[in-house]
Design a protein around this ligand. Structure first.
Ligand code: ADP
Ligand code: MG
Length: 395
């Protein structure tokens, strides 16, 4: 269901509360924002509201302060970085509801930007407390949700507040819903999904849903070990989920029944352990030494995966092909990232580690869409409704 966006309401001169995802990493020594990707992602919505002379009231969480004030998770460094990016002052208040923000809002002129304190300093936020949501809503006349990354949580600032104000999507939210929505609604075929990462158990729901949509399913990374084991291969000391073998067999059966091309590794880069100085060996999957772990896909596998991607018109990727954080096991993941960047069609990457891998490979700007929502993107692709999205006005 398409949702109204900030373009569909008259926001000119109005007080607009924007839920953003400013949950950014901070440098431990300097206390400064060390990666401002998420702040930049919200700029189109903030810039639009500034142009419309709205009074822009921003609210976000940062870290996991667990309902208590925690000095290291105050929003001040975020205000500093946002101010640099906007090239204009950003006022920061030390509270998110009540008299302090209320009087700050009263002082605002059209086009001013105010950042509220970390909303997770209040235990009411994650409890989706109605009264707390009302207090947030009282600061504004319109609510905009641009925090796709937290849309899978029914919290006061993502869901509860939408009860009390006209609620619409920001531009980032709109783009995420559009790009991820295309994967589920009418993907141009051949549609390939590359699923990897550590564990099958994290990805069962997304695999089950995507298996109904894709033409090609490529499985790599740690989770491929469980699939290979379910086919009778001896995986040595590889990361494995013995309680998911039946699940893996069922998914493979389902893929076969639907006529999907399902690809598993045929060779792996293995070592006695996941260590940055390991001396790995490349072996076929039927010759993994008993004391070795499969830690990346091998060259033969890479060739097959790449060939399958050549004709794809839509590709979704979640989950690295190996332990890409360590040089000896990063090759497969980085090569797949480069293959993805060459695909003639829509390419979408989701998941915190997968996004990091695409950046590590230096091809991020050649991907159609890099989702800012890790867990939220996966839940969306599982076919679930996200509470923060449901709460917005329908088009
Ligand atoms: P994302 O964050 O993109 O959703 P995941 O969190 O599911 O991805 O998976 C990423 C993790 O999987 C990485 O830390 C990586 O080291 C690990 N991983 C990938 N392949 C293997 C493997 N063969 N053995 C152990 N861990 C693996
Ligand atoms: Mg991860």
């Amino acid at each position: 269901m398409a949702k109204k966006t900030v373009r569909d309401l008259d926001v000119a001169g109005k007080r607009v509360l924007v839920r953003v995802d400013f949950n950014v990493p901070l440098n431990k020594e300097s206390g400064r924002v060390s990666d401002d990707t998420r702040i930049r992602a919200a700029l189109p919505t903030i810039d639009y509201l500034i142009q419309q002379k709205s009074k822009v009231i921003l609210v976000s969480h940062l870290g996991r302060p667990k309902g208590k004030v925690d000095e290291k998770y105050k929003m001040d460094p975020v205000a500093v970085r946002l101010s640099e990016l906007l090239n204009r002052p950003v006022q920061k208040v030390d509270e998110a509801v009540g008299e302090v923000p209320r009087s700050a809002v009263e002082q605002m002129q059209g086009g001013d930007v105010l950042l509220l304190e970390n909303v997770r300093f209040y235990p009411e936020e994650e409890k989706n407390d109605e009264n707390f949501a009302r207090m947030l809503a009282e600061l504004a006349e319109i609510y905009v949700n641009d925090a796709f990354g937290t849309a899978h949580r029914a919290h006061a600032s993502t869901e509860g507040v939408a009860e009390f104000l006209p609620a619409v999507a920001g531009f980032l939210m709109e783009k995420e819903l559009d790009m991820l929505g295309r994967l589920l609604a009418n993907p141009e075929s051949p549609f390939a999904a590359i699923i990897g990462g550590a564990k099958v158990s994290d990805k069962i729901a997304v695999l089950s849903n995507l298996i109904e949509k894709v033409d090609i399913l490529i499985i790599g990374g740690g989770m491929a070990n469980t699939f290979l084991k379910s086919q009778g291969y001896d995986m040595g000391k590889s990361l494995l989920e013995v309680d998911k073998l039946e699940m893996a067999r069922n998914l493979m059966k389902k893929a076969k029944n639907r006529g999907i091309q399902l690809l598993l590794p045929v060779d792996v880069v293995a070592a006695p352990g996941a260590a940055p100085n390991a001396e790995p060996a490349t072996v076929p999957v039927d010759k993994i030494p008993p004391d070795f772990m499969a830690l990346d896909i091998g060259p033969e596998t890479l060739g097959r995966f790449a060939a399958a991607l050549k004709n794809a018109r839509t590709v979704f990727w979640n989950g690295p092909m190996g332990v890409f954080e360590m040089k000896p096991f990063a090759g497969g993941t980085e090569a797949i990232a480069r293959e993805l960047s060459q695909v003639k069609g829509i390419t979408v990457v989701g998941g915190g580690d997968s996004v990091a891998a695409v950046k590590q490979a230096g091809v991020a700007d050649q991907i159609s869409h890099i989702s800012t929502g890790g867990g939220a993107a996966l839940e969306f692709l599982e076919g679930r409704e996200l509470p923060g999205v449901v709460a917005l006005l329908d088009k």
